[in-house]
Design a binder for this molecule. Structure first.
Ligand SMILES: [Fe+2]
Length: 219
């Protein structure tokens, strides 16, 4: 198997604001998945400012963030992320720093009684690239423009790697076909993106760069 994720040496405790309420995107209990993103000062509406500074002190400066919601039993969203181009002067690589948060944040503060003992039961999977099957798509949601390659789900896809999240943050390869499929629980996750690093152009170089900053737990 390829290694398309690594546990990252950043503590996610107190990352998300206690008063976060994402119901403005599509209500507190959406039937379909959504993606929402922001950058600049707007990130302080999602993350605690001290935590943004903490990441910066660990050599991971957050340039923009995305939130992903998936309802229970969702399993048809294989795609590759596009490199975002909407922030002038910034250039990005194909990776994200991801962690899951309680779907209680869909209705204001993650302690919503409905999700008191919630545990993520989703799985992140990567598949071998098959260019002849890829379909280019563009979209816009909640003011966030994005494009990606969609890959129809078929039985003959080759699994490259998979990841079950816990409470920690994981750096993930976003440029190879991937999806998160959920089981009995809905899921809300955060993906943080930082700018490209000089002299770094590949996934392997990215991991080596962060390894030298003591941010990678090897597997
Ligand atoms: Fe993605």
């Amino acid at each position: 198997m390829e290694k398309l994720w690594y546990k990252f040496n950043i503590d996610t405790t107190n990352a998300v604001r206690d008063d976060l309420d994402m119901s403005f995107v599509a209500g507190p209990d959406p039937e379909s998945h959504w993606v929402w993103g922001c950058h600049g000062d707007n990130m302080k509406n999602i993350l605690n400012e001290e935590w943004i500074e903490y990441c910066k002190s660990k050599e991971f400066e957050i340039i923009y963030l995305m939130l992903f919601y998936k309802p229970a039993n969702f399993n048809d969203n294989i795609h590759t992320d596009d490199r975002p181009t909407f922030i002038p002067g910034e250039y990005f690589l194909d990776f994200g720093l991801n962690f899951v948060i309680n779907p209680g944040y869909m209705s204001g503060n993650g302690t919503d009684i409905k999700y008191k003992d919630w545990q993520d039961t989703g799985t992140f999977e990567w598949y071998k690239r098959e260019p002849e099957k890829e379909i280019y798509r563009e979209g816009e949601f909640a003011g966030y423009r994005y494009s990606h390659l969609h890959i129809p789900k078929t039985d003959d896809l080759t699994l490259l790697d998979s990841l079950n999240f816990d409470k920690d943050a994981y750096i993930i390869h976003a440029g190879k076909p991937h999806q998160v499929f959920t089981k009995d629980q809905p899921r809300l996750s955060v993906s943080l993106r930082t700018r490209a690093i000089s002299n770094v152009s590949t996934w392997e170089q990215t991991i080596e760069h962060f390894r030298q900053h003591n941010l990678i737990f090897d597997r």
